[in-house]
Design a protein around this ligand. Structure first.
Ligand code: 5GP
Length: 283
């Protein structure tokens, strides 16, 4: 009892001290002060400059799927996503760096339970692994994204619910999937871009389609010649802007001049049944 009271008293003193530093301008950290939640505040991190919304192409990510489990959207058979899904909404600095793991508090999935349908459809994990949280544990993809990136979006976001809800809305408003697949720019055939394991498309045509739709320069990341991620950036008020380093995306080393947009062929039923007895098998 004595040590409990002592720890509480120390905690109160620590919170008062941190509040004093914050109010008096000594503390340039961006995290919200949330009472008992505060154990470690990353004091070196200043407020971010802009957001990057990263879209991932499941056809590319799921090619690496060797095992299945219930949480992995690559394992949904014919219902596996055929649209770009969300990787994350990240706070970035104009100098090309970014803040991460800004303060300590545990992710609580209950806070976003009403968003589950949208998250499962547009922001699913494409992996069976459990990514690490900022402070030693392991958890869900959503928990990882909130802890590593979402908590550094203060003062725009202070809670999980608004961070995930706004990300879904921004994703739907700036959805690259219809922009790419309804485009015929530079594609070389009248049917436009189609997910395919054999065709290659000019990267410049994909970039132009996005530039025309949103009037900004995106960032594009490739893996083994295939589009892996497309990033669209926003000012802190969610008006679109160029991503840092996106000025001439077609000359970047990550992507070749001609890229693929692979189709994903789900693992066959037998392989999935054999490999699905327990999520722990794949951790
Ligand atoms: P980040 O790039 O956001 O810092 O880290 C992504 C982490 O989440 C990695 O540990 C990765 O293995 C895990 N992860 C789980 N599901 C996904 C997914 O669907 N896409 C990506 N890119 N990473 C995922």
């Amino acid at each position: 009892m004595a040590s409990f009271s002592c720890r509480r008293a120390l905690l109160v003193l620590e919170v008062l001290f941190v509040t004093f530093l914050s109010v008096s301008g000594f503390l340039p950290e961006t995290g919200r002060l949330a009472g008992d939640d505060i154990i470690e505040v990353n004091r070196s991190q200043r407020e971010f400059d802009y957001f990057a919304l990263s879209f991932q192409w499941p056809g590319t990510y799921c090619r690496g799927t060797r095992h299945c489990c219930s949480k992995n959207a690559c394992c949904r058979g014919s219902n596996a996503p055929t649209h770009f899904t969300i990787h994350g909404l990240w706070p970035d600095y104009n100098d090309g760096s970014w803040p991460s793991c800004c303060y300590r508090s545990d992710f609580n999935e209950k806070e976003i339970s009403t968003l589950m349908d949208g998250l499962e459809k547009y922001w699913p994990s494409l992996s069976c692994g459990s990514p690490s949280s900022c402070h030693g544990g392991k958890g869900s993809f959503w928990g990882h994204e909130w802890e590593k990136h979402g908590k550094c979006t203060s003062p725009v976001f202070h809670d999980e619910y608004n961070y995930f809800l706004t990300t879904l809305n921004i994703y739907l408003k700036h959805n690259v999937t219809p922009v790419i697949f309804s485009s015929t720019i530079d594609v070389g055939c009248p049917f436009g871009y189609v997910a395919s394991n054999s065709d290659k498309y000019p990267l410049g045509g994909i970039v132009t389609a996005i530039q025309n739709a949103f009037h900004i320069n995106p960032e594009v990341v490739c893996k083994k010649g295939a589009i892996d991620e497309i990033r669209i950036c926003f000012y802190r008020d969610f008006k679109p802007r160029d991503c840092v380093g996106s000025k001439d995306v077609t000359s970047k080393k990550s992507c070749p001049k001609y890229v693929s947009l692979p189709e994903y062929t789900p693992l066959d039923g037998e392989a999935m049944v054999l490999k699905m007895p327990s999520d722990r098998d794949v951790l």
